[in-house]
Design a protein around this ligand. Structure first.
Ligand code: NAP
Length: 313
């Protein structure tokens, strides 16, 4: 006899959204890994894992769940999921593309504006009563700058579209040249960085893209260059970025993501030319709900033997 949906054991790896938690609890048999870290008590019951950018499904977790058939991540990035292990074991994987593209690309533009126009520093200037003693210093213009995008995927393309509305020129690096785009393509990131004023990292984190923004790329971007990272922290060699900012080899950075979240290099905290966020690129009420609904829809599709809505594997 077919098992009912409410008997399906679904394991959340970490606290994500309370709305998602309620939806999963209403429909399935929900287990929370963070409330029972060893996991051994319920491992036989789990048929699906819901992961996120903090904790996905690594080889160890996958091996510990003998009946696992599906991993649904509450994120578009799947760098925290061992895809090879999933393929080897016939485990399906789904993510949440498209529904977060607007928010993440809005965030990239917001970070670029905030970094160049020093919005956070100026906010502090007013709050601290410094305006009475004189004007805030001049900052740098965003409109019309040349933008280099690493990863002209869904989010990279949405950033490009927004930046065009600011009169910016667009160039990019991706694994492949996009024949449906008029933007300038550079087959390597050093050339891209040498030919733009603002470099935006929006590609997927893979073995090939880890530290794709390295010392050479930062050097090519140069002392007037700005780096924006809304992809993943490990796309950037963080110690190199910190030393370039401290030594004036880079003008500024707007960072939503970091290599060892939630740890942020101490040296960045005191820099006025840096804008820091806590990996909140897609964190709006609207998008969080849409992502949660997509996670649930993928799980239901899997359990009902229907095609996944947004399959990765
Ligand atoms: P996507 O449509 O799959 O785009 C990924 C892009 O990465 C593609 O353009 C791809 O190039 C490029 N890429 C992959 N390997 C590359 C390489 N070796 N060198 C250069 N480019 C490479 O994904 P998306 O929806 O735009 O999301 C992109 C990433 O944003 C996600 O993977 C995630 O890490 C990040 N993200 C961050 C937040 C946040 O809160 N900060 C939120 C959502 C997503 P091709 O086009 O040539 O294949």
């Amino acid at each position: 006899m077919a098992r009912k949906l409410e008997d399906m054991g679904v394991l959340m790896t970490s606290p994500m959204s309370s709305y998602l938690e309620r939806q999963l609890d209403d429909r399935f048999k929900l287990f929370k890994l963070w409330e029972s870290p060893s996991g051994t008590r319920f491992s036989d019951s789990i048929v699906a894992v819901v992961g996120d950018t903090k904790m996905g499904a690594d080889a160890e977790l996958i091996e510990s769940l003998p009946h696992l058939g599906m991993v649904a991540t509450y994120s578009v990035g799947f760098d925290k999921i061992d895809l090879d292990k999933c393929r080897e074991k016939g485990i399906r994987v789904a993510n949440t593309p498209d529904v977060l593209t607007d928010d993440v690309s809005d965030t990239a533009i917001g970070l670029a504006l905030a970094t160049l126009r020093k919005i956070c520093a100026c906010d502090g200037f007013v709050r601290n009563g410094l305006w009475k003693s004189g004007d805030f210093h001049l900052c740098s213009k965003f409109s019309g700058k040349s933008i280099g995008i690493i990863g002209l995927g869904r989010i990279g393309s949405a950033i490009a579209k927004r930046a065009e509305a600011f009169g910016c020129t667009i160039s990019y690096n991706s694994r492949s040249k996009k024949h449906n785009s008029n933007y300038t393509y550079y087959s390597n990131v050093v050339d891209l960085a040498a030919n733009c004023q603002i470099l935006i990292a929006s590609c997927a984190l893979t073995q090939e893209t880890r530290h794709i923004v390295n010392r050479d790329v930062i050097g090519a971007l140069g002392p007037k260059g700005i780096l924006i990272n809304i992809g993943r922290g490990a796309l950037v060699d963080e110690p190199e970025l910190v030393s370039a900012l401290l030594q004036g080899r880079l003008a500024g950075a707007g960072l939503d993501v970091f290599e060892n979240e939630p740890v942020v290099p101490e040296a960045l905290l005191g820099l006025e030319n840096v804008v820091l966020q806590s990996h909140v690129g897609s964190d709006t009420v609207e998008t969080s709900k849409a992502m949660a609904d997509l996670v649930v829809a993928n799980l239901e599709a899997y359990f009902l033997n229907k095609p996944l809505l947004t399959p990765v594997v």
